[in-house]
Design a protein around this ligand. Structure first.
Ligand code: NAP
Length: 165
């Protein structure tokens, strides 16, 4: 499985959920976050600033990946599509797929978060049993919510931002 944006709040959770079901995970973010992604369980890390992500994937998975999970989109997604196996699967939390030229055979899904008590219970059980951690990069008071959103808007947050009342 290839995860784009794997050091962020979404991608870091994706690494852990994938490892919990036995996937081999190739995680993509900048080099400074390689140790963070490995600590969450990534088997391999790729720096998207160091060249073609697809070429780097082929070095560790010459036949391609079964699943590409996208939490970044843009150029990194476009140039990573060739890393998918012919009948692979693409899931994006950002891209609706309309502008993507997907190889024939690739199954695509655009996922939006839905409030779900069963899903939250599933995640809580994983957290309670030590199989899921939520790294917190910064905590802000409610009065500082503007700074919290400015941090989120950088699109370079490692882990989650927490706002406390
Ligand atoms: N569909 C939904 O329901 C849903 C739900 C939640 C979030 N989202 C969206 O999902 C996206 C990710 O959310 P998030 O909270 O995880 O964001 P985030 O915490 O800001 O994480 C983004 C991560 O992506 C990495 N990154 C930035 N540019 C990259 C690139 N070109 N290639 C690979 N990695 C790159 C960054 O790593 P470096 O700092 O190392 O560059 C950063 O760690 C956001 O756009 C958010 O709006 C969608």
């Amino acid at each position: 499985m290839l995860i784009l944006g794997a050091s962020g709040g979404v991608g870091g959770t994706a690494i852990q959920l994938a490892k919990n079901v036995g996937a081999t995970v190739i995680a993509v973010a900048s080099a400074q976050n390689a140790d963070h992604m490995k600590a969450l369980g990534a088997d391999f890390t790729i720096d998207y600033k160091a060249g073609s992500v697809a070429d780097a994937v082929k070095k560790v998975a010459p036949d391609g990946v079964d699943l590409l999970f996208d939490a970044v989109s843009g150029d990194t997604l476009t140039q990573s599509l060739t890393a998918l196996k012919p009948n692979g699967r693409l899931i994006s939390v950002l891209n609706d797929g309309k502008a993507l030229h997907l190889p024939a055979g690739v199954r695509f899904q655009h996922v939006m978060t839905q409030p779900s008590v069963p899903d939250l219970d599933f995640l809580r059980e994983l957290a309670d049993s030590g199989k899921l951690e939520v790294p917190v990069s910064a905590t802000f008071a409610l009065a500082d919510v503007k700074q919290a959103f400015e941090q989120i808007e950088t699109k370079h947050t490692t882990g989650k931002v927490v706002i406390v009342p």
